[in-house]
Design a protein around this ligand. Structure first.
Ligand SMILES: [Zn+2]
Length: 65
């Protein structure tokens, strides 16, 4: 039983480490991948920029707008 408990402890700690918490709203940040496209006049093709964004309740409206 002791082993099981320590395993659960580790799992909980790992989960906490993974998701950074926002100090403003207290929600766990959701990492999302934002893709923005940009027309390259030089190559005459679309250029895609990938950006990782941490989303919480404070900025979700701006991110998903
Ligand atoms: Zn927040």
């Amino acid at each position: 039983m002791a082993k099981q408990q320590s395993f659960a402890d580790k799992a909980t700690k790992a989960a906490q480490m993974k998701g950074a918490k926002c100090s403003t709203c207290g929600a766990i940040y959701q990492p999302i991948l934002m893709v923005s496209s940009e027309w390259s006049t030089v190559k005459s093709t679309w250029k895609f920029n990938e950006r990782r964004v941490q989303v919480c309740k404070c900025n979700e409206k701006q991110v998903y707008a």
